[in-house]
Design a protein around this ligand. Sequence first.
Ligand code: EPZ
Length: 423
Amino acid sequence: MDRFLIEGGKKLHGTVHVSGSKNAALPILVATLLTDEPCVIHRVPNLRDVRTTLKILEYLGKKITYQNNTVTIEPNGKLKNDLPYELVKQMRASFWVAGPLLARFKQAEIPLPGGCAIGVRPVDIHLKGFEKLGATCETKAGNVLIKADKLNAAKIVLRFPSVGATQNLLMCACLIAGETILENVAKEPEIDDVIAFLNDMGADIRVGDKGQLIITGVKTLHGAEHTVVADRIETGSYALAAAATRGDVTVSGCVPEHNAILWEDLQEAGFTLDIGPDSVHVHAYDGEIKPLRVRTAPYPGFATDLQAPWMTLMTLCNGTAEVDEDIFENRFMHAPELVRMGAQISTEKSLARVTGVKELSAAHVQASDLRGGFALVMAGLCAKGQTEVERVYHIDRGYEKLEEKLTALGANIRRYNPDKDEF
Ligand code: EPZ
């Protein structure tokens, strides 16, 4: 399996252009199941999770072409409405095919997505929503059979603003006659991008005065062309890597307002940022990094996906910082690996206390999940000496051309596979 070798201690400098958002691209690709007409999606990042999603669409019966970040999805005969465990186990978001398949075929048989390193990750909110729309959900032998004689518009209040449940129910409701209302929905920018694409396909989705989603069902949806929004998590990740290495970096091609809280926290920690219409410039800063207390929350709160990279920055703060992970129950796996690199971190349930150290030391570490993996790469960029990060496949899920982008910023990072490459 691939590893990263990083010679740290270099300040990042220059400009990095962000890719299209993984977490918008995945639901948008899945939404093409709602039509039998061709769709063209631009700025689709070439990531492991995207390739998995394209495999799922091919399995279900779509014809896919993918080059230069543009995906063309065309009909290729009758769609299937079941998924094999092999595909679902690779990526939780594969469960989001349930909504479109239920809407079109009144039946979907999907393996329940298992948990993953960051938590159990149930789908109860999805299933309760489908039941409210008139479906029955029967789980057996690790699969869930969702079916309905007839689907009816309904008012659904999500017990928690789950991103995935919002996407799933939104896509399903597009083809249900009548007016479905979704309340307490996720408000992440990726949802807005999915709504824009669905409305371009002919759906009728409005956002109400209290932020609720009002979906008036239509009979069919047609094909559409769409360009995926910039990846706000990649944007924040590179800004944090610049800050942690005391570098001077401009992150371009982004939507700065999607990371408003992060910019505020970075400025409070001592950094100077120039925020433009589609770029953020992190200025070099050699002063003390102020310890803050951040708490992850649904958008527009502090993004849980930036918690791990933020923690790496706080390992170098002047004092003791606190990180509350309030979204996932087990999202501190990077902490013990950072401790192996000299960080001082203690965790108790959802709280991590990070006492800053003067510098991190290079070590051999292993990634357990996507964002924790990036946090370890960041630590390797800061630590003098050679850091080796194992299980890079986690990181390949969500960061397109990571080593190319970091190398262009002056980092010394290379990918190698001990089973294949000469050292
Ligand atoms: C999406 O996951 C993202 N993935 C995650 O990004 C992100 O961390 C998460 O939203 C929160 O922002 C994609 O968009 C592909 P949730 P999702 O449903 O939809 C609980 C990354 O690094 N919950 O909002 O799975 C759940 O256990 C990934 O790019 C239920 O209890 O997240 C979790 O604690 C990681 N029941 C919380 O809600 C449900 O039915 C948030 O989950 C659904 C969720």
